[in-house]
Design a protein around this ligand. Structure first.
Ligand code: HSE
Length: 328
């Protein structure tokens, strides 16, 4: 699909170029492995897409990425363009796409970098279509892009990145994608701390046992249900009690030097709960005020540094951050 392509015919030329910014996200939210995620403010990827005359062709024009990130140059293997190849083919788009990628989210940080590029790519390309698709229909194409990076189809980064806020991903089955926005109590904030090293999502997924002991399944289900009930009732004490991952965190914590100390620091600073952000190594905490957020950010960063992390960065964000936007 990335070959010579057909010359474009027809179509009204509304827009020749569009840039989309897509935010970083925190997936899993502790108790919702592969099914919960939220968008955060202050960090994201930007993808600029231009029309070309060659239908079906997707080209990568350039990549701006800090610290020499190894971004695949093949459009079928690049997270920002893999979904576009499918979009171009399935919709028989009468023109091609040339793509420029600006990576703002560190690779392998657990903050949804591959999802953000995938989402920004399809959102920008969609803006160039003669008949753009509704936002929800883009999920399918963004999931394809995310899958080339992580090796599996899961939407807990892609859905909030595309749509904003806190999302439950009930299904990613093709043609039956089902995502549900969840309510977020107004006081809730999050702190995300990145220790500066890279953890590959495939490696973090390979670290997980394929089966779940029944007792753990029951405990995790109770916590997931408690978290959702707490959100719907604006009961932050229930949210805090329920934000306890007994399934995935115990298996991945060893991949993140200092994790236990960082979690203790967050809870000691007054956080409601703390766990691994996505596949890690970033760690997130939910807090109920700006003051606790600032304290937790400092203490968590200090704990990572004490464990040897070299370039710690941290963010405070509402949990109602916007999804991807077209930049004018
Ligand atoms: N739910 C995914 C995981 C998020 O934890 O592996 C990272 O892509």
């Amino acid at each position: 699909m990335s070959g010579a392509g057909r010359p474009a015919v027809g179509g009204t030329r509304e827009r020749a170029r569009a840039a989309a910014f897509a935010p970083a996200t925190v997936a899993n939210v502790g108790v919702g492995f592969d099914i919960l995620g939220f968008a955060i403010d202050g960090l994201g990827d930007r993808v600029t897409v231009s029309r070309t005359p060659f239908a079906g062709r997707v080209e990568i024009e350039g990549v701006a990425a800090p610290q020499g990130m190894d971004i695949p140059a093949d459009p079928a293997r690049n997270t920002a363009t893999a979904g576009l190849l499918h979009l171009a083919e399935e919709l028989a788009v009468p023109h091609g796409f040339r793509v420029r990628i600006e990576k703002g989210i560190p690779l392998g940080s657990g903050m949804g970098g591959s999802a953000a590029s995938a989402v920004a790519g399809v959102v920008a390309a969609n803006a160039l279509l003669d008949r753009p698709l509704p936002r929800e229909k883009l999920l399918h194409y963004a999931l394809i892009g995310e899958a080339v990076a992580s090796g599996s189809i899961h939407g807990d980064n892609v859905a909030p990145c595309l749509l904003g806020g806190l999302m439950l991903v009930r299904s990613v089955a093709e043609g039956a994608e089902d995502v549900v926005p969840l309510p977020v109590p107004a006081e809730l904030r999050c702190v995300v701390v990145h220790p500066g090293f890279r953890l590959d999502t495939r490696e973090a997924r390979a670290a997980l046992a394929p089966d779940v002991p029944l007792k753990r399944h029951v405990a995790q289900s109770a916590n997931l249900a408690g978290l959702l009930a707490g959100l719907y009732r604006s009961d932050l004490a229930l949210v805090g009690r329920s934000l306890a991952d007994v399934l995935i965190e115990p298996q991945r914590a060893r991949l993140i030097p200092g994790f236990e100390a960082v979690k203790r620091a967050a809870l000691g600073a007054g956080a409601l709960g703390c766990s691994i952000s996505g596949a890690g190594p970033s760690v997130f905490a939910w807090v109920d005020s700006e003051a606790v957020a600032k304290r937790a950010k400092e203490e968590m960063s200090r704990a990572f540094e004490a464990a040897g992390a070299q370039s710690v960065r941290a963010w405070i964000s509402p949990i109602r951050a916007a999804g991807a936007v077209i930049e004018e």
